[in-house]
Design a binder for this molecule. Structure first.
Ligand SMILES: Cc1ncc(C[n+]2csc(CCOP(=O)(O)OP(=O)(O)O)c2C)c(N)n1
Ligand SMILES: [Mg+2]
Length: 612
């Protein structure tokens, strides 16, 4: 056995890390610490794993999440014992709910030093609770001859478990005894130098498929309901584009496409894609005349609250496709969950197509056209309204980016208003733009760190997508300040990321929610609105960004498009700041919604009853 690291045996640690690499891990984010030394060295010694060292575990974990999201590979994440481990928690939770594969490695004290007042020792046992798919302790201090095999087995299982659908985080807590520093060589990178690349343990598993009778039953239901709708929610899976488009084509169902569904932008068939679902599904005379009898959902629950609202009031027959066995249906209406992969979904489309051809039914019906007309009318109303605007509007960056982003770009949105504005304003198009957000737990934390990790993975081996190197993030000021530590992360690991910060001096979303300022005024407590929700901070972003050595640029309304166009594709981290005003922003959102509502009402009056 070549190479020894401390008493914890480099052979076993080397084997463990080598097996991570054999299972496909290419990136490791390492946070410095003493207890984790042997693992840090073992990761660093493996030539197939790109190690990045970040000092803030909270930011580091989101950075790892960003890489894993972007490359669709499991990323290893290492921290020393103590509170360092707890700082991973927000990103672990997001990874769990957003189905992102992370292998979390936490160094711990050996058993005899736990719960005895030893320094930097906390209870790390199952620390992330139900938010990880698998937890195990891996003690590598045992000198037994077969423990290399065990180390490899655990590494293989950790990566396979993180990747298996639904993907998610796994946690290995690793007690490491003294001495922690290496004596002798660093761990060997191969399995005792034999050059063999085969994983020690691997998984062979079947596709989730349906039999002919199951396909027929679903096809019968779809063919019998011409007034149907496909709702494509957040789903970052290029393999889903074709089945969704094919089911749409076969049924005539319009596809209400969440910006995070991947269906809005790309080269797939978008002929039935509805971009302005967030506007069209709002209560009104148009929707009253177009209530669907059947809804087929793909992906997570959509960003727009109006979809769930529609499901609750219309109670259509609901079919939810989720090959990974999820139960995501928060509208609480009766639903059938279909565990079918893309190929089975295409077979369903084929079966529906046959039925419609047999009965002579058209595929694109009056119903389909009515939705497409509404989408066009909503788009035209929004463009006309925006075109006449002489003051900054928070939705505008997404309209601009939809036009400007080239093939292979990645667009990230922060939570709160940016993701909602993206839903309302990001247009469709044929450029392959990947659109992402941390919508697992909708946190406003770690947003910049995640996008930095995503942008840094341009350099990672094996990125699954064509990559233009154009990474853009749009987020709010509170989210920016929450993750200001990401600027340290950006100093340590350069990434080409354009950040567009919408600075409305606080949480603008609350002005649009029921606890908005008007409600507080109505009960005579207007000052508490600002204190509890508005949270004005008066902090200028420019000096902060510049203090870390990055480029900051304030954009006025007239120059916004030119500023974005100018900054897209430049190297390094850049921040464009757009100043807006929260109360005025709420009014502008109402105005835009009214413009669409007016256009849709006119359309409803014109077309009358929209029978298929
Ligand atoms: C970690 C976390 N803390 C708190 C919240 C609750 N929250 C949702 S939106 C928001 C305000 C966000 O403000 P900003 O980022 O400026 O976006 P804006 O609302 O102005 O668009 C807060 C505090 C959250 N979602 N996540
Ligand atoms: Mg804000």
């Amino acid at each position: 056995m070549s190479g020894v690291v401390g008493s914890a045996s480099g052979g076993r640690l080397g084997a463990f890390v080598d097996e991570l690499a054999r299972a496909g891990v290419r990136d490791a984010i390492v946070c410095p610490g003493s207890r984790s030394t042997p693992l840090a060295l073992a990761l660093r010694a493996n030539p197939r794993i790109h190690v990045r060292v970040l000092i803030d575990e909270r930011s580091a974990a989101f950075f790892a999440l960003g890489i894993a999201r972007t490359t669709r590979r499991a990323v290893a994440l290492l921290a020393t014992s103590g509170t360092a481990v707890v700082n991973f928690a927000p990103a672990v939770v997001e990874a769990s709910l957003a189905r992102v594969p992370l292998v979390v490695l936490t160094a711990d004290r050996p058993d005899e030093l736990r719960d005895r007042g030893a320094p930097q020792t906390i209870d790390q046992n199952r620390l992330y609770g139900s938010h990880v798919k698998w937890y195990s302790e891996l003690a590598l201090g045992d000198e037994a001859a077969d423990s290399q095999a065990n180390a490899r087995f655990v590494a293989a299982r950790a990566v396979a478990t993180a990747l298996a659908g639904p993907a998610g985080p796994v946690h290995l807590n690793m007690p490491l005894g003294d001495p922690l520093i290496p004596h002798g060589d660093l761990p060997a990178s191969g399995r005792d130098g034999d050059g063999d690349d085969a994983p020690f343990a691997s998984v062979v598993s079947g596709r989730p498929t349906l039999d002919a009778a199951q396909i027929d039953a679903i096809a019968d239901a779809l063919a019998a309901n011409p007034r149907g709708l496909i709702v494509a929610g957040p789903l970052d899976d290029p393999a889903s584009h074709e089945p969704i488009a094919r089911i749409a084509a076969a049924t005539g169902y319009p596809v209400v496409a969440d910006p995070l569904s991947g269906m809005r932008l790309g080269t797939h068939d978008r002929s039935q894609v509805i971009v302005h679902g967030d506007h069209i599904l709002r209560p009104g005379s148009w929707l009253d005349a177009h209530v669907p009898d059947m809804v087929v959902r793909f992906g997570a629950m959509p960003t727009s609250k109006w979809v769930a609202e529609m499901l609750r009031t219309a109670r259509p027959d609901l079919i939810v496709f989720d090959a990974d066995g999820g139960w995501r249906e928060s509208a609480l209406v009766p639903a059938a969950f279909v565990r079918a992969d893309a190929e089975s979904a295409c077979e369903i489309a084929e079966a529906v197509s046959l039925r419609r051809t047999r009965t002579g039914a058209a595929h694109v019906t009056r119903w389909t056209r009515a939705w497409l007309d509404a989408d066009a009318a909503a788009g035209a109303a929004l463009d006309a309204w925006l075109g006449g605007l002489r003051e900054p509007f928070e939705g505008a960056p997404f309209r601009i980016l939809g036009e400007l982003l080239p093939d292979g770009s990645v667009l990230w949105s922060g939570n709160s208003m940016p993701v909602r504005d993206m839903d309302a304003w990001l247009p469709g198009g044929d450029r392959a733009v990947r659109v992402l957000a941390n919508r697992g737990a909708n946190g406003i934390d770690g947003v910049i760190s995640t996008a930095l990790g995503s942008a840094a993975s341009v350099f990672a081996a094996g990125s699954a997508e064509p990559d233009s190197g154009r990474y853009v993030l749009v987020l709010g000021d509170v989210s920016f300040l929450h993750d200001v530590g990401a600027l340290v992360t950006a100093r340590l690991h350069a990434a080409d990321l354009l950040v567009i910060a919408i600075n409305n001096d606080g949480g603008g979303i609350f002005s649009l929610l029921p606890q908005g300022r008007a409600t507080f005024s109505a009960v005579g407590l207007p000052e508490h609105y600002e204190e509890l929700f508005g949270t004005p901070h008066g902090i200028a972003l420019g000096p902060i960004v510049e203090a870390f050595g990055f480029r900051h640029r304030a954009a006025d309304w007239a120059g916004l498009s030119a500023a974005i166009s100018d900054e897209i594709g430049r190297p390094g981290l850049r921040v464009i700041e757009l100043r807006t005003e929260r109360a005025r922003n709420a009014q502008l959102h109402d105005e835009a919604a009214a413009a669409v509502s007016e256009a849709l009402t006119a359309l409803a009056a014109l077309s009358g009853e929209a029978a298929p």
